[in-house]
Design a protein around this ligand. Structure first.
Ligand code: G
Ligand code: G
Ligand code: MN
Ligand code: NA
Length: 257
């Protein structure tokens, strides 16, 4: 209740920060191919409130479209700033969106405007939606997804392997990329069963024509090596880099290489 009260007071003042986490690909997963934007809220009264807490509250209170728009615009601005260094032509920005944003008929317009305002090319933006949330998408959502695709923006299914969406959803929607939930990564390098499971999910995703597969939550070198051996093209997690402010991301890029 306290979080909700504060959110109602402050959402319109845009108190959210974002941090960026690297997503790696290429040989040995040494190339920076993208960054995921994650929202952060440090409130003077409540202290740090994690998105696991404030995103669901914002959804319940009908504030998520406002909050999500602020985060999206901010993330595009920071990604455009990093691109301005001239070294990031191919680096994508991944932004999480809630189902309520996709249901909002104005959303595709907001996204196009955020890109036009910041100069970030549509082809560099990938929106992440969790698997579970895509299951019961209605006609408004389908229309939004189509408009986004026409604008050249790509769609990722997040937390794949935990929900119920699976094949039917992937076949029906214009999905370009699948992010494998970190529960699928946890046992890699320790259990053969975990490796077989990951290989099976990857082959299923590929059989649907989706080549961009990101393993999430990679924390150890053991897991990173197993992913290379299994041929997973993209990887993200603390092993490669923690989420950090964009000023640090600029420095971190050189450390990654
Ligand atoms: O960094 P982490 O603890 O920050 O994120 C926790 C959860 O919150 C993840 O599921 C992540 O996808 C979600 N999340 C983080 N930022 C945003 C955001 O801007 N919008 C939405 N909808 N979810 C977010
Ligand atoms: O649901 P989504 O995949 O958007 O969530 C991203 C969340 O995962 C954020 O909370 C982020 O801080 C967290 N995260 C990123 N890398 C790692 C990791 O290597 N291990 C764990 N446990 N969490 C991670
Ligand atoms: Mn995500
Ligand atoms: Na995820």
């Amino acid at each position: 209740a306290e979080v909700g009260d504060r959110l109602e007071q402050v959402t319109c003042t845009d108190p959210f920060d974002i941090v960026l986490q690297p997503i790696m690909g290429g040989p040995e997963h040494r190339t920076l191919i993208g960054r995921e934007a994650l929202a952060r809220w440090r409130d003077p009264q409540l202290g740090d409130v994690p998105p696991d807490v404030f995103v669901p509250v914002a959804e319940q209170l009908g504030l998520i479209t406002t909050l999500g728009e602020a985060v999206l615009r901010r993330a595009c601005r920071e990604a455009a700033g990093l691109r301005a260094t001239g070294e990031e032509d191919e680096v994508d920005l991944f932004v999480n969106v809630s189902p309520a944003q996709l249901r909002d008929p104005g959303f595709a317009g907001v996204v196009r405007d955020a890109l036009a305002t910041t100069g970030l090319p549509p082809a560099r933006l990938r929106l992440e939606v969790t698997e579970t949330e895509l299951v019961d998408e209605g006609p408004a959502t389908a229309e939004t997804l189509e408009a986004l695709r026409e604008a050249g923006i790509r769609l990722c299914v997040d937390d794949f392997g935990t929900g119920y969406a699976s094949l039917a959803t992937l076949l029906r929607l214009p999905v370009d990329c699948v992010k494998l939930d970190r529960s699928l990564v946890a046992g890699l390098g320790e259990s053969e069963a975990a490796e077989r499971q990951l290989a099976a999910v990857m082959s299923l995703v590929r059989s649907l024509g989706i080549e961009d597969i990101v393993a999430e939550g990679v924390e150890t070198e053991q897991q990173a090596i197993a992913l290379l051996e299994l041929g997973c093209p993209l990887a993200q997690g603390w092993f490669y880099g923690r989420p950090c402010p964009s000023t640090d991301a600029l420095v971190g890029r050189h450390l990654l290489e």
